[in-house]
Design a protein around this ligand. Structure first.
Ligand SMILES: Cc1cc2nc3c(=O)[nH]c(=O)nc-3n(C[C@H](O)[C@H](O)[C@H](O)COP(=O)(O)OP(=O)(O)OC[C@H]3O[C@@H](n4cnc5c(N)ncnc54)[C@H](O)[C@@H]3O)c2cc1C
Length: 386
């Protein structure tokens, strides 16, 4: 006789899990509080739907915090496997210039979701929308096996609001407070700089917090800084903000040149002003120059040795993270100590948790979705084979 599986929450992790479960062994029902599944999946698709990243496996796995938590899942269902699976359900993908993986032109996020839903229909997965799980005593969700895929706690409008935490705490399960990740960070810019630089992009930079460095782009906003490069430093920045209420990041405005090469470029200055020197020799634009001016003392900006050093290692003080609801993802949620290697709750057998509701972190760039998909895939394999 088939066993019943209840999947609570209808996001990326849940959809992949349902798509991989053996329909000959299980009757699968997804319960979703919203009128439709996959809302956050669709939001993630706005402005570039990067489903995964094409990076080689070892490096890929190193992007996760903690990196060993998802090692088995990602190795069992890799970025390549994900692309093959999407291709099988009619969604072809391509690798963009940033090495991120996107659906090919003409395929919209809703088409990707519909292709997954068609696959679920083929596998007789039942989807019950407008069903809000209200705790372990809620008998309307009873099944032989229950899997929670309730998401994190940002973009509450998508249904992922973290309102489920008490149900788990009441069972003695450790739930960590949610915190923003992959979010903008506050820099207390001077008013004059804000009016000059708001909305401007710093391209081809590298940014560092402790020993972690990321190359890419940054956008200067009224609030501070945002963009892929700084998002990737979220775990380090968060740790400093938690401990000290501030974090210092170091910007390299010219990663393609060494300090020595910058010194060389500054030699034979002639009668150029500093601004003219930066434009002529380093090809700097107004935003880069204004950034140096606003952050450096007059002496540091005019003394070429200090200027060169700061171009390679410009300290910027971060004073807070953006509000949690605006973050692309959250950390916190169910402590990883509470689940076994197959994501089963150690305290409640036959109950599992997957996806962003668990306390792990990854940068944007496809790593979050891949993490959720890989967990869904691996849990399905575990259940299919036991
Ligand atoms: C703006 C934005 C852009 C993003 N861009 C990217 C990107 O480019 N690449 C990338 O890899 N990732 C991206 N992400 C992150 C990615 O979308 C998420 O990490 C991922 O969707 C999380 O999947 P999940 O299945 O764990 O949870 P979710 O997709 O959040 O799904 C959880 C579901 O559970 C439901 N639910 C919650 N509580 C209950 C309840 N009590 N009863 C019933 N149902 C409930 C919710 O309504 C929701 O549908 C982005 C996220 C955002 C917000």
């Amino acid at each position: 006789m088939k066993k019943s599986i209840a999947i609570i929450g209808g996001g990326s992790a849940a959809l992949m899990l349902a798509a991989q479960l053996d329909e000959n062994k299980f009757d699968v029902t997804i319960y979703e509080r919203n009128a439709a599944v996959g809302r956050k999946f669709l939001v993630a698709g706005d402005g570039g739907f990067n489903l995964t990243h094409s990076e080689e496996l070892e490096k890929f796995i190193s992007r996760y915090t903690p990196s060993d938590f998802l090692k088995n899942s990602i190795s069992s269902f890799t970025n390549e496997n994900l692309r093959e699976w999407f291709s099988k359900i009619g969604i072809e993908t391509f690798v963009g210039s940033s090495k991120r993986v996107f659906p090919i032109e003409g395929i919209k996020p809703i088409d990707v979701l519909n292709a997954i839903l068609t696959e679920l229909k083929r596998k007789n997965v039942v989807i019950k929308t407008n069903h809000t799980w209200q705790g372990f005593e809620d008998s309307s969700f009873k099944a032989d096996i229950t899997i929670y895929a309730l998401g994190g706690s940002s973009w509450k409008v998508t249904g992922s609001d973290g309102s489920w935490t008490n149900y788990f705490s009441e069972k003695g399960i450790e739930v960590l407070p949610f915190q923003a990740s992959n979010c903008a960070y506050e820099v207390k810019w001077k008013e004059e700089f804000k009016s000059l630089a708001e909305g401007k992009t710093l391209k081809n930079i590298a940014i560092k917090c402790d020993a972690k460095e990321r190359k890419g782009e940054l956008v200067i906003t009224k609030f501070g800084l945002e963009g892929g490069a700084i998002y990737a430093l979220s775990p380090k920045i968060r740790s400093h903000l938690n401990d000290d209420d501030f974090a210092t990041v170091y910007l390299d405005l010219k990663p393609s040149l060494s300090l020595e090469q910058i010194r060389d470029k500054f030699s034979a200055r002639g009668n150029r002003s500093i601004k003219k020197l930066l434009i002529d020799r380093l090809n700097f634009d107004d935003t880069q120059i204004e950034l140096l001016k606003t952050l450096l003392s007059k002496d540091d900006f005019t003394y070429l040795e200090d200027l060169a050093k700061n171009i390679k290692n410009l300290p910027i003080t971060i004073t807070s993270a953006a509000p949690i609801d605006e973050a692309i993802s959250t950390v916190g949620g169910i402590s990883l100590n509470e689940v076994d290697a197959n994501f089963q709750l150690k305290k409640i057998p036959n109950n599992y948790c997957i996806g962003e509701m668990l306390d792990w972190d990854a940068p944007t760039g496809g790593y979050l979705l891949q993490g959720c998909f890989s967990m869904g895939y691996c849990l399905a394999q575990h259940l299919n084979n036991n």
